[in-house]
Design a protein around this ligand. Structure first.
Ligand SMILES: [Zn+2]
Length: 306
């Protein structure tokens, strides 16, 4: 768009027969071209305008998403929030920033907007939350694991409170690059599956069950710090890793935890072994992800190009 006046001006200049006039005219034209180009470019697309996008463009209920902001002026950093939760940006190269967000599984499908601020500039991004059909599963478990005694109910409530407060903490970024799945096996129960236990109790599966043999090595999904390694009523031997910026990964039903709270671990490190501890029908890994206290489909996180 900025080239049009240049060609027009050049044509007019070439038609002039006087050399000196030609030079003067050329100089004036060049000056005019420079001012005009700068002015017209500034009017249509500011030189310092940043670019931002939500990825993927269509997000399923219960999925993690990514906001990528590029062409960010030096010494600036994007600011954004979604559902009243701050998004935490980190560098992804020269003038590039990324942040992770989460769509709660009960989010009503439709079009949503998100505002991004960089210095004085603001952009409103639009994305779609797609309706998702989640499967239903009938399960039969020991009655005492489904219909809890007052004592077990008290324990479950206490553990739930502890986990909820743990996921509130937002620490410094430790994750780096893509998140990996902790076991390279098939999935047995998908995220979001509606489970009907002993024909009466209904719960939504807010994690991913991955098949595994007893004692198989379970890997850390990304760099982070272990914040919990203990036996829980439902989760059995459980490890939770804080990856920073409000992102946590959860590993349940382990036969054994290989790490302690406070341990700094790298992506791919062994954190424990597949087992059937807690409320499990057989050996497998329950893998959960929390992003800003919201449970998201671990597959969606692993698919993001980080
Ligand atoms: Zn599970």
């Amino acid at each position: 768009m900025c080239k049009i006046p240049y060609e027009k001006i050049l044509k007019q200049t070439n038609s002039d027969k006087s050399k000196s006039l030609f030079l003067t005219s050329s100089l004036l034209s060049s000056l005019f071209l420079f001012i005009f180009s700068a002015f017209s470019c500034f009017e249509s697309t500011p030189v310092s305008a940043f670019h931002a996008e939500v990825l993927p463009h269509e997000i399923k209920q219960g999925d993690a998403f990514l906001i990528k902001v590029t062409n960010v002026p030096a010494s600036s950093q994007p600011i954004s929030a979604f559902n009243e939760k701050q998004l935490y940006f980190s560098s992804c190269g020269d003038a590039c920033f990324i942040a992770l967000g989460a769509i709660e599984i009960r989010t009503i499908p439709g079009i949503y907007t998100i505002n991004i601020l960089v210095g004085e500039q603001k952009k409103t991004l639009t994305f779609t939350v797609e309706p998702t059909s989640f499967p239903t599963l009938n399960l039969t478990l020991p009655d005492e694991k489904v219909f809890l005694s007052p004592e077990n109910l008290k324990r479950v409530k206490k553990e739930s409170k502890k986990l909820q407060s743990l996921f509130q903490a937002v620490s410094e970024k430790l994750w780096n690059g893509r998140f990996i799945l902790p076991l390279a096996n098939d999935f047995s129960t998908a995220f979001g599956t509606k489970r009907i236990m002993n024909k009466k109790r209904v719960s939504v599966h807010r994690g991913l069950d991955i098949r595994g043999k007893m004692g198989e090595r379970v890997k850390a999904s990304n760099h982070g710090r272990v914040v919990l390694a203990e036996e829980l009523f439902f989760g059995g031997n459980t490890v939770i890793i804080d990856h920073g910026q409000g992102i946590y990964t959860i590993y349940m039903h382990l036969s054994e935890c290989k790490v302690q709270p406070g341990t700094i671990i790298s992506k791919g490190d062994t954190i424990g072994f597949v087992g059937d501890s807690g409320r499990a029908t057989g050996p497998h890994l329950h893998f959960g992800v929390k992003v800003h206290t919201i449970s998201v489909n671990p597959v969606s996180l692993a698919e993001l190009s980080l």
